[in-house]
Ligand binder design. Structure first.
Ligand code: ADP
Ligand code: MG
Length: 706
C-alpha cells in the first residue's frame, strides 16, 4: 500500500529544529555542556571560551539543517518580534573561498541598529546604541521554508547603559525576583532541597480565520486588523453552534500544518478547537517555563499568520475584529514549579501542604488586590479596548474567582481564624486536618472571571490576543514576589511560627476578601458592586497607563530590580504613543473608506432608486416604497457626510497635540466617539442598500464562508 506522504511521526519531528538539551548533550564536550547547564540553571555567567565552543557546535548543527544565516531574535516594545540576519560567511580567503563561522562573541552579543525601535525617550538621555544578549534559558532553533533556513538565537535587548528596551529583559528579571522569594517561602516550610522556583505558563491563543481574497477587499482589516464598519449578519453567534463544533476540512488542513510547524520548533501545541464565534478558533500548548512560553507564543502567532497566508486564508489576531461578535484573547495559565517538580499552587494532601498552599493562595490574592491596576494595565493594548467589557470578554475590573469550596474556606478564616469544615468532603482544619481534594469541576466553571483559580494554577484571561504575553507575566511574577517577600519578612522573625502563620493567614484573608468575586462578571450589577468595594475600573488603555508610573509601582519594580523609574516612564510614553498611532490609523482608514468607497457607492445607489421612483411614477403606479427607501438612504447619507467631516476635523487637530498622554487622551475622548458616530449611519446603510453595490465583503461573507 502506498504510504500517505502527508503522514507524520509526531515523536520523530518534535523539536527537530531546536538546539535543545538532547542535541547539546550529544554535541557538546562534557565539560562545556556542564558549564552551560550551570548557566541555565543557576544564572552563572558564561565565559567566552565556553561560548566559542557552543557557538561552533550550534553553527555546525544549523548548517546541517540547511541554515545560511543566524539572527539574534528579540522582542522590542512593538508587541512583535524583531530580527536582523547575518550570514555565517567570513572574509574570503586567499584562494577565494569562504569559511562559515560563528563565534562565541557573536552568539552572546549582537548590536542591531536600535534607533528605529521605540525607547520612550530612554535613548534621548543615554546612549543611542543598543545590544542584544543571548538568553540561554530559551533554546536556539532554525526556521526553514521555501525562502531559506535561519538560525534563531533568542535574546534580550538593552541599551548600552543597561536599560531594558524589550519585553524579555524585565521578564527574566521578574523570574529572578520570584525565584528568590519563593525559595525563602519554601525554606520557611521546611523545604531544604528545591534549588529553583520558576513560573510555569501555558498560554491559550484565540484567533479568527477568514478567506484571504475577501480579507484583501477590506482595507480596514488590512490596515488596522479589525473591521471599522460592518453590520451584523442575520445569523450571529446566538446559537453558539460553532463552539467545539466539528472542524471543517479547510480549517483542519490549516491546523495540521500549523501543528507540524510548531512541533518541529519544539512548541508543545496540544489542543485545538472552534471557539464561540463563527470562524474563531483556539490553540493551546502544554505549559512550560515562563520565558519560553512567552517566546513560544510569539512563534505560535507568527506560524498562524504564515500558514494561513500559504493556504489562501488570513489569520486575524486582533482582539475584536468584528463588532458584536465574540472577541479574542489569550488565557495566561500561571503557577509556580520547583526544579524538583512541586507545584506551589497545588493544595496538596497533607495538612502541612494545605497550610503552605493557603498562605501561597493568600499571597496571590494580596498581590492581585494591591496591584489590580497594574495587572489591568499589563493587558492594555488598543485592540483590547474594543474587547474588555464587551460580549463574552472579561470586564475591565480585576477580581479573583476561587470557586465555592475555597471561597467558603476563606469565609471561615475571616470569621473564626480557622477553617473547620468544608462544603464538600471531610472535615477541614487548617493545620490540623486536610483540605478537601479540590476537584477541577468545582473550581473551573466561571468563565466570566478575569482571574480564576483553576485547581492548581491561576488563569489570567484579560490578555489581548495580539499582544505579547510578557507584560502580564512580568507584573504577575513581581507582585507575587512582593507578597511572598512580606510574608517571609514577618514569619522569619516570628518567635512562635505557628501562631504567626495563623495570624498572617487570618489577616490576609480579611484584608483581601474584597478582591474575591465568584458571581457573573459580565453583569452590570458587578460593576456597581465592584465600585462599592473600591476596586479599580479602568475601561480604557488610556485610563490604565498611569498605573505604570504611580509611586507604589515604581517602588515595587525598583525594589525587585525589574524596572527602574526611567524604564517605567519610558514604557508609559511608548504606550501612549502606541495608542495614539493606532487610533490615528483607524480614523484615517475610516475617512478613506467612507469618502472613497462608501459614499460614492451609496450615491450610485440613490441614483438607481431615484430612477426607479421616476419610472414607477411614469408608469402611473404608487411609488411609496422606493420613495421611502430613497428618503431614508439620503438621510443616512447626510448623517454619514456630517460625521465624516467631523472626523476629518478632530483627526487633523489631534496631530497638533503634544505627543504622549495629552495626545492619547485627545484621541480617546475626542476622536473615538466621532469614529463611532460615523460608523452608526454607515452600518444602517449597509442594511438597506443593495448588496451588489456595497463596496466590500460583509460580516456574513467574512465569517460564515471560510
Ligand atoms: P481550559 O479548560 O481553560 O481550556 P486547560 O486545563 O486545557 O484549560 O489548560 C489550559 C492551559 O493551562 C494549557 O496550556 C495547560 O498546559 C496549562 N496548564 C495546565 N496546568 C498548568 C499549571 N500547573 N501551570 C501552568 N499552566 C498549566
Ligand atoms: Mg482557559
Amino acid at each position: 500500500m502506498e504510504e500517505n506522504k502527508r503522514d507524520i511521526n509526531v515523536a520523530e519531528i518534535f523539536g527537530e529544529n531546536v538546539f535543545n538539551d538532547t542535541v547539546m548533550q550529544e554535541r557538546l564536550p562534557k565539560k562545556i555542556y556542564k558549564e552551560l547547564r550551570r548557566t541555565i540553571e543557576e544564572g552563572k555567567e558564561l565565559d567566552i571560551n565556553t561560548a566559542d565552543v557552543i557557538a561552533h557546535e550550534m553553527k555546525e548543527w544549523a548548517i546541517e539543517k540547511g541554515a545560511t544565516h543566524y539572527t539574534h531574535w528579540f522582542q522590542p516594545l512593538t508587541g512583535v518580534t524583531a530580527e536582523k540576519h547575518d550570514s555565517f560567511i567570513s572574509a574570503p580567503m586567499a584562494n577565494g573561498k569562504v569559511l562559515m563561522s560563528f563565534s562565541g562573541k557573536e552568539l552572546i552579543k549582537g548590536e542591531p541598529d536600535a534607533s528605529s525601535f521605540p525607547s520612550g525617550g530612554l535613548r534621548a538621555t543615554f546612549e543611542a546604541r543598543g545590544y542584544t544578549a543571548w538568553d540561554p534559558t530559551s533554546p536556539a532553533f532554525v526556521k526553514k521554508d521555501e525562502n531559506g533556513c535561519i538560525l534563531y538565537v533568542p535574546t534580550a535587548f538593552c541599551s548600552y547603559t543597561g536599560e531594558a528596551l524589550d519585553q524579555k529583559t524585565p521578564l527574566l528579571r521578574s523570574m529572578e525576583a520570584i525565584n528568590k522569594q519563593a525559595l525563602r517561602f519554601l525554606r520557611l516550610f521546611g523545604n531544604t532541597t528545591s534549588k529553583r522556583v520558576k513560573p510555569s505558563v501555558g498560554i491559550e491563543q484565540e484567533y479568527f480565520l477568514v478567506d484571504r481574497e475577501k480579507y484583501l477587499k477590506r482595507k480596514d482589516l488590512v490596515f488596522t486588523g479589525r473591521t471599522l464598519f460592518g453590520a451584523m449578519p442575520p445569523k450571529g453567534q446566538e446559537l453558539d453552534d460553532h463552539y467545539f463544533g466539528s472542524i471543517r476540512a479547510r480549517i483542519a488542513a490549516f491546523m495540521k500544518e500549523v501543528n507540524e510547524e510548531l512541533w518541529r520548533l519544539g512548541v508543545t501545541a496540544k489542543t485545538q478547537h472552534n471557539e464561540v464565534a463563527p470562524a474563531q478558533h483556539e490553540l493551546a500548548p502544554i505549559f512550560v517555563e515562563c520565558n519560553v512560553a512567552v517566546d513560544h507564543n510569539q512563534l505560535i502567532m507568527e506560524t498562524l499568520k504564515k500558514v494561513a497566508e500559504k493556504q489562501g486564508l488570513h489569520c486575524l489576531l486582533h482582539e475584536k475584529p468584528f463588532a458584536g461578535v465574540n472577541g479574542s484573547g489569550k488565557h495566561d495559565n500561571w503557577s509556580l514549579t520547583t526544579d524538583d517538580g512541586k507545584n506551589l499552587l497545588d493544595p496538596g494532601k497533607t495538612p502541612h501542604e494545605n497550610i503552605q498552599f493557603l498562605l501561597m493562595l493568600l499571597c496571590v490574592l494580596r498581590a492581585v488586590d494591591r496591584h489590580a491596576d497594574l495587572l489591568r494595565e499589563s493587558a492594555a493594548d488598543p485592540g483590547n479596548d474594543q474587547r474588555l467589557g464587551s460580549s463574552e470578554a472579561p470586564p475591565a475590573i480585576i477580581s479573583v474567582f476561587l470557586g465555592e469550596q475555597l471561597e467558603d474556606v476563606l469565609e471561615q478564616l475571616v470569621v473564626t481564624g480557622n477553617a473547620t469544615h468544608s462544603i464538600k468532603g471531610g472535615k477541614l482544619q487548617t493545620g490540623v486536618k486536610a483540605l478537601p481534594g479540590l476537584n477541577k469541576d468545582a473550581t473551573d466553571r466561571n468563565r466570566t472571571s478575569p482571574f480564576a483559580f483553576t485547581g492548581n494554577k491561576f488563569e489570567f484571561r484579560m490578555l489581548g490576543s495580539r499582544d505579547s504575553a510578557a507584560a502580564p507575566n512580568i507584573v504577575l511574577n513581581t507582585i507575587v514576589a512582593e507578597a511572598l517577600c512580606e510574608a517571609c519578612d514577618t514569619l522569619e522573625q516570628a518567635e512562635d511560627f505557628e501562631q504567626a502563620l495563623h495570624d498572617l493567614i487570618k489577616s490576609y484573608a480579611t484584608e483581601h476578601q474584597k478582591i474575591v468575586f465568584n458571581g457573573n462578571g459580565y453583569s452590570d450589577k458587578w460593576v456597581e458592586e465592584a465600585k462599592r468595594r473600591g476596586l479599580p475600573n479602568l475601561p480604557s488603555m488610556v485610563d490604565a497607563i498611569p498605573a505604570l508610573v504611580e509611586e507604589k509601582s515604581v517602588e515595587l519594580f525598583e525594589k525587585f530590580h525589574v524596572f527602574t523609574r526611567a524604564e517605567l516612564h519610558s514604557r508609559a510614553e511608548i504606550k501612549y504613543e502606541a495608542y495614539a498611532k493606532a487610533i490615528n490609523i483607524e480614523a484615517r482608514t475610516m475617512i478613506d473608506i467612507a469618502s472613497k468607497h462608501i459614499i460614492p457607492a451609496v450615491i450610485r445607489g440613490t441614483k438607481v432608486l431615484a430612477d426607479t421612483v421616476n419610472a414607477v411614477v411614469q408608469a402611473g403606479v404608487d411609488a411609496e416604497v422606493p420613495r421611502e427607501l430613497l428618503v431614508e438612504t439620503s438621510g443616512l447619507l447626510k448623517e454619514t457626510k456630517e460625521a465624516l467631516g467631523r472626523l476629518e476635523q478632530v483627526t487633523s487637530e489631534a496631530a497638533f497635540k503634544a505627543e504622549g498622554q495629552a495626545q492619547a487622551e485627545y484621541f480617546y475622548k475626542e476622536v473615538v466617539p466621532v469614529m463611532e458616530a460615523l460608523r452608526t449611519p454607515v452600518d444602517r446603510l449597509e442594511m438597506i442598500v443593495d448588496k451588489e453595490i456595497w463596496p466590500m465583503p460583509s460580516y456574513g461573507d467574512l465569517i460564515f464562508e471560510v
